[in-house]
Design a protein. Sequence first.
Length: 219
Amino acid sequence: MVSLALPTPHKKKTDGVQLRAATIGTMYNYALKLGLSPKRAISEVYDLPLVEAEGERAQPSRKYERWIEQARKTINPETGRPYLQPYISELHAPRLWPIGRGHPLEPRRAQPAIPEPVREGRYAGRVLTLRVSRTAPPDWAVQEARERGSRMIGPDLVIEGSWSNGEESPPLPVLRGVSPGETPRRVQSLVKELEGRYPGAKVTATVSAQAMGQPPRAG
């Protein structure tokens, strides 16, 4: 789902290295967060060869290695840092698939999954669940896009929340002008902000396919 919202790294285009670095950096970090092997996940999503031998580490393609190198060297103008940080085993070593075992994209030699942190503070034991959707685009914009043979998505993200104890949700912002590619990063930033605002609380977010720029499923 995330890859559909990002430019494909395969095609040559203006600013191709910059766009490819942004895409690969996002996909790499998202795979790690899910407990997947970035090497396996990126190779699978972008149809890159991955050679595996019994008892040996999987060997990625030269294209994968070139993409990773570009992501580690290309500077993100918004942050002044590379799109993909240098590898640090303590932070970037693959972890086990968090919802089960045996997933084909799970790393073969994963470290144990990171245990749930001990949460302390006024809101300890409570969970704030966020649901992220996207505003509808104006009707005129939808019509113009349809006439061009393309599709228009809404510009902003709407956040709804609910506490696990049934208490009324706090006021949550509308995230203005967020592209699908920026959506995971902006939502993760909001999660961290809310965890700081409510010490001890666990904040989770569910991002709809529609928020990622995909058409809603027919009902």
